[in-house]
Every structure is written in structure tokens, then in C-alpha cells.
Design a protein around this ligand. Structure first.
Ligand code: DX5
Ligand code: ZN
Length: 215
């Protein structure tokens, strides 16, 4: 079970301090948005390069951007240990996944709530993680979509059949109220933004989520 707080809900004027506040997390999740693939704009490679210099944990880049074919390998080369691209934006998902791995990171593919899993099952050999979105990507603080749980189960079934160390991540509306059903459906890697940075103590929130996910 891995907890990856999303710094989208952190104070962007104090990102180093906000990363230090979640030292007990397994990963820090960094949401890159371009106002094309999603209707919001956050940060890009220069900021990620600076975060990599000060982060006490590995970074998990979630690219909600057009043209991941061009950009995803660059986040891996910069030093992100996991790079997630959206299949909906990808011209050649297999090549992106291979390029991410060749640059030394875990390759990960995300699917939006309206995107089915089955057509992409054949990509599993190229992947180290599948991200099942539990909100429409673009903003923190949205309501959890429990109707995505059957998709998490389907991905878990595929991973079981395929074998190997492939993680299943959920992202969006994950909180103390919703994390158990995600774990029960087969997720093992949990992104939480507002549930961590909106709490009185971010570190305590991480521990609570970890305990609930472990069941
Ligand atoms: C949304 C982002 C999420 C976001 C989650 O598009 O991908 O990582 O930060 O925020 P919460 O946990 O508040 O739903
Ligand atoms: Zn995200």
C-alpha cells in the first residue's frame, strides 16, 4: 500500500515546506496540467526539476497534457521515478511507455472515468502502473466516483492474469471515507490531495489513510 499526496492542494508559494510536511508519504504526486488536455493550468518541467532537488521522497508525475509522446520521457529523464501519461492524449502509448522505462522511471498509463479499460489491456507488458481516475481530471477537491470501482476490479483481474509488479493507482476524491472501497477493489497506490493538505496535520492524514488502506 502506497500513499502519494497530491501537491495540487498544497501552498504553491511554499512547495519545499509542503513536501517536508509529508515526509512519511511513499511518493509525492505532481499534477502537470496544460489547459488543453484539461481546463486547468498548473506547472511544468522547470518547476518539477526544482522540486526534484528538494523532495525527500520520489516524485510521481501525472501528466494531464496533450502530446505526452513528446513530454513524458523528459519527466523521466529529469528524475521522476514514476511518470503517468493519459492514453486519451497519446499517439503511440506503447512507445511512450517504453521511452519512460528507457529513461529509468516506472511507466504508468492513466484512464479517465469515461475511458474503458479492455482496449488497453494488451499494453500491460509495457506498464508498471495503471491509474484509474476517480474524478474527471483537472481539479482537486471533487467528489469521488464510486462507479469507477468495477474498472479497478477489472484492472486488478488483468494484472493478476499477467503477473509482475504492476501497481494500480486511484486518484480523485480519495479520503478516509473512500479509500477502503478502493483498496477492496484492488488499488494499492492512493493519491490524495485535499484529504491530506486540507487536514490539520498532513502527516497524520497520511498515516490515517495508510492504516485504512491496509484494512
Ligand atoms: C485531479 C488530479 C488529482 C487531484 C486530486 O485531476 O489528478 O491528483 O490533486 O485531488 P483530491 O484528492 O482533492 O481529489
Ligand atoms: Zn493526479
Amino acid at each position: 500500500m502506497r500513499i502519494a499526496p497530491s501537491i495540487l492542494s498544497a501552498d504553491f508559494a511554499n512547495l519545499q515546506r509542503e513536501l517536508d510536511a509529508i515526509k512519511n508519504a511513499d511518493w509525492a504526486h505532481v499534477d502537470v496540467m496544460d489547459n488543453h488536455f484539461v481546463p486547468n493550468l498548473t506547472l511544468g518541467l522547470p518547476v518539477v526539476e526544482s522540486l526534484l532537488k528538494v523532495a525527500p521522497m520520489p516524485l510521481d508525475a501525472h501528466l494531464m497534457i496533450d502530446d505526452p509522446d513528446r513530454w513524458a520521457p523528459q519527466y523521466a529523464e529529469a528524475g521522476c521515478k514514476s511518470v503517468t501519461f493519459h492514453v486519451e492524449a497519446a499517439a503511440d502509448p506503447k512507445k511512450i511507455a517504453r521511452d519512460i522505462r528507457a529513461a529509468g522511471a516506472r511507466s504508468s498509463m492513466a484512464i479517465k472515468p469515461g475511458t474503458p479499460w479492455e482496449p488497453y489491456e494488451e499494453l500491460l507488458p509495457e506498464l508498471d502502473m495503471v491509474l484509474v481516475m476517480t474524478v474527471e481530471p483537472g481539479f482537486g477537491g471533487q467528489s469521488f466516483m464510486a462507479e469507477q470501482m468495477p474498472k479497478v476490479r477489472a484492472v486488478r483481474e488483468s494484472v493478476k492474469k499477467h503477473g509482475g509488479d504492476i501497481w494500480i493507482q486511484v486518484d480523485g476524491g480519495v479520503s478516509a471515507k473512500t479509500i477502503e472501497q478502493c483498496a477492496e477493489a484492488g488499488a494499492d497506490t492512493f493519491v490524495a490531495g485535499s484529504a491530506v493538505y486540507g487536514a490539520a496535520s498532513a502527516a497524520d492524514a497520511v498515516e490515517d489513510l495508510r492504516r485504512l488502506a491496509a484494512g
